[in-house]
Design a protein around this ligand. Structure first.
Ligand code: ADP
Ligand code: MG
Length: 260
């Protein structure tokens, strides 16, 4: 089977800054890939290239085996090809009920171009229950987003991405600033992505969460892919040690520059 996404020698420079050194990477079907790296490591840059928000300086991108024309590539095209990103700052409408939020920007309309409210409500209810597994009582399709907890909001965004037939859902630090009980919800939502046969790139600071949930772990360090391995082949303590060493090296290098 083809990978969902394949990067071949993809790199990105912003002026003189090489944000991403030439990278080779495949994201397969039905796998959760945890992406780790310090601030400035190039994680967001990598995601922007995959989703068409930015163009690589060099290299090739293949989606489901098809080479992408990078001059034409855009977020819209990546969505059409089945790639959705859930950003940290969720684009949900606080004052709107869930059933409107699920379809914001992509409403289901009838022959007259009017929103098919009944259908949107029905599908929203299905997604909440079966796709993302909302368990909170008292939350239904009419609940306003402003009443939802942080983890539940992530769930709505993930559910929305899944409804639109995405094959790959990219989550950019979905658990940042969430209480522990909320983090558990998000991890459950991510597990559901896997259970539904889809793939996920999960950017996360907390190594324990990444290790718990990922099939494969990749680590970026100053624009370089320094680790790409199946989770079973790395113990969590070794992963923590590696990240410490990378962090230490970075600090030393910075100090050298400063003449310390
Ligand atoms: N638009 C940009 N212009 C210039 N430099 C950028 C731009 N975007 C990112 N960078 C630089 O690229 C590097 C990687 O950034 P980024 O991908 O945002 O890292 P991360 O998401 O891992 O924190 C950083 O050094 C950052 O300053
Ligand atoms: Mg970032």
């Amino acid at each position: 089977m083809n990978s969902i996404v394949e990067l071949k020698n993809v790199s990105k420079s912003y002026g003189p800054v090489l944000s991403l050194k030439p990278i080779n990477l495949k994201i397969g079907g039905n796998e959760i890939v945890g992406l780790i790296g310090d601030n400035g490591a190039g994680k967001s840059t990598l995601i922007k290239l995959i989703t068409g928000l930015e163009s690589p300086t060099l290299g090739e991108i293949f989606i489901k085996g098809k080479r992408i024309d990078l001059n034409q590539y855009s977020v819209k095209i990546s969505q059409q090809l089945g790639i959705e990103t859930v950003y940290q700052k969720l684009s949900l409408c606080e004052k709107q009920p869930l059933w409107r939020n699920f379809f914001a920007g992509r409403p289901i309309t009838n022959a007259f171009g009017l929103i098919n409210v009944k259908k949107q409500r029905k599908i929203t209810a299905e997604i909440m229950k079966s796709t993302i597994g909302f368990r909170s009582e008292g939350i239904n399709v009419d609940t306003q987003v402003s009443f939802l907890s942080g983890g539940e909001r992530q769930g709505v965004a993930i559910g929305r991405a899944m409804y639109f037939e995405s094959d790959l859902i990219i989550l950019d630090e979905p658990t940042v600033a969430l209480a522990i009980s909320e983090v558990e919800k998000v991890l459950r939502f991510v597990n559901n992505i896997k259970n539904k046969g889809k793939s996920c790139i999960f950017i996360e600071h907390n190594i324990h969460h990444v290790h718990e949930i990922s099939d494969r772990i990749i680590v970026l360090d100053r624009g370089e892919l320094v680790l790409n391995c199946q989770k079973q082949s790395i113990e969590i303590n070794d992963l923590i040690q590696l990240l410490k060493e990378l962090h230490f090296r970075k600090k030393n290098k910075t100090n050298l520059h400063k003449g310390i």
